[in-house]
Design a protein around this ligand. Structure first.
Ligand SMILES: [Zn+2]
Ligand SMILES: [Zn+2]
Length: 191
């Protein structure tokens, strides 16, 4: 049966594709009601973030761990039996899930190597000039301002591009979004 529902298409600036809304995580804080990047890209970006910010993430969780040590200890002491029973029950009930999680963790270790650098490094290299429209980018503007700085993967990650300095450049967020219909070869680069 034909559905009367309109399919909303959302443009993902990361993979440069228009996708149905179901391909995006919902985000109540954003104007569209959906996250900026599609689920696939979001995962890739998250892994990149985790890879490039490994030390900060480790330090943060270490601090948290240390700060809540006492509380946690008390809690475990009080709930020892429940916890044991719960863990056992959980691993039985969610066996597949636990296994899959394990596998994903191992797979992540072998995913394409990503260079560690932060956005600012690229923005500075590009002299705060948008590599698409060749106009200045105001470093004080923050996402989601259309003129805010945005990191663009010249060859999209979804098309086999890597997260390397060479494959990244500074663009305005709006230029990134407008790039949709342009092919990579049409881009001119300043450096
Ligand atoms: Zn995407
Ligand atoms: Zn621009």
């Amino acid at each position: 049966m034909a559905s009367e529902k309109h399919t909303i298409l959302i443009y993902c600036p990361c993979c440069k594709q228009e996708k149905e809304a179901s391909a995006f995580h919902k985000d109540r804080r954003s104007a569209t009601g959906y996250q900026c990047y599609c689920i696939t890209c979001h995962k890739v970006m998250r892994d990149i973030y985790r890879n490039t910010h490994r030390i900060e993430i480790r330090d943060q969780s270490k601090t948290y761990y240390v700060m809540h040590r006492e509380e946690r200890h008390i809690y475990y002491e009080e709930h020892r039996d429940q916890k044991k029973a719960y863990d056992k029950e959980y691993s039985l009930r969610e066996h597949e899930k636990v296994k899959a999680k394990d596998k994903a963790k191992r797979a992540r270790k072998y995913t394409a190597t990503v260079e560690r650098f932060n956005d600012i490094e690229i923005f500075t290299r590009d002299k705060w000039i948008c590599q698409l429209c060749h106009r200045k980018v105001n470093r004080r503007l923050k996402y989601p301002h259309p003129l805010s700085p945005s990191l663009d993967h010249i060859i999209p990650l979804s098309k086999g591009g890597v997260h390397s300095r060479q494959n990244c450049c500074l663009v305005h967020l709006q230029c990134n979004n407008r790039k949709q219909n342009r092919s990579v070869s049409q881009q001119t680069r300043l450096f």
